[in-house]
Design a binder for this molecule. Structure first.
Ligand SMILES: Nc1ncnc2c1ncn2[C@@H]1O[C@H](COP(=O)(O)OP(=O)(O)OP(=O)(O)O)[C@@H](O)[C@H]1O
Ligand SMILES: [Mg+2]
Length: 220
């Protein structure tokens, strides 16, 4: 059933991965595709309906074109807002378990988006990182670059690391999370030549989320 899937990573935590994921969901829905998403590992969860849940996973669940069980969307929900390899010390991430759930999701919709956690080398357990999860899911990666001071270094390092992992990078999205960023356009221009993958869209700074508008900024 799945025609296309993407793994959404970022230059850092708080880079704009969730906003980009939801905008991508709207983008594909505008093309009359069925879309679902996953946030397989989430730190920083709260109790809701008798289990730990996370804001990113709830947003992904709510914006899907069909109803998906929370456990499929977010199999690892850790209470503490710290790195998963620490937050999950008593219930460590098992990649095979996530791959199994992802395979179930693949049967349900045309587009499946998976949001990572933190950046490319963020550790998930004592031996595996986000890069290993992307590889296990065999999905092309979309890199979300938060346009802030330091982003050129972060973006180049991440692109090289994705390439080193042997995974295809479908492109990058510029997300302007900082309203006071100086020389924003010049930075984006520099990134266009520095990164050897296509720019899929530029998200301007929005004081209030408007995912329909952000979806219109995308070209895949
Ligand atoms: N285009 C935008 N304009 C203004 N603020 C934005 C924009 N995109 C994202 N933000 C804000 O930046 C912050 C980080 O965004 P987001 O939650 O998407 O990052 P993330 O990479 O998913 O973070 P995490 O690592 O926690 O999953 C959020 O507070 C969000 O509200
Ligand atoms: Mg997020």
């Amino acid at each position: 059933m799945m025609e296309k899937g993407y793994f959404i990573t970022g230059t850092d935590t708080n880079a704009g991965k969730t906003w980009a994921t939801i905008a991508l969901m709207h983008y594909f829905k505008m093309q009359d595709k069925s879309v679902i998403g996953m946030k397989p590992v989430a730190s920083g969860c709260f109790m809701m309906d008798g289990r730990l849940k996370n804001d990113d996973a709830l947003l992904i669940q709510r914006n899907a074109s069909l109803q998906i069980d929370y456990d499929l969307v977010n199999p690892y929900a850790y209470q503490l807002p710290v790195s998963p390899h620490i937050a999950g010390i008593n219930n460590p991430v098992n990649l095979a378990n996530i791959v199994g759930k992802f395979n179930d999701l693949k049967g349900l919709a045309e587009i499946v988006l998976v949001e990572g956690a933190g950046g490319w080398y963020a550790p998930l357990n004592d031996r595996e990182a986000i890069s290993d999860l992307a590889k296990a899911l065999a999905l092309p990666v979309i890199l979300v670059v938060a346009i802030r001071l330091g982003c050129i270094n972060h973006a180049k390092l991440t692109c090289e690391a994705i390439h080193h992992s042997g995974i295809a990078c479908a492109g990058w999205i510029a997300v302007c999370t900082d309203p006071d960023m100086l020389s924003r356009d010049e930075n984006i221009e520099t990134l266009k030549t520095a990164l050897n993958v296509p720019l899929l869209g530029v998200f301007p700074y929005l004081a209030n989320a408007n995912f329909g508008f952000l979806a219109e900024q995308l070209t895949l």
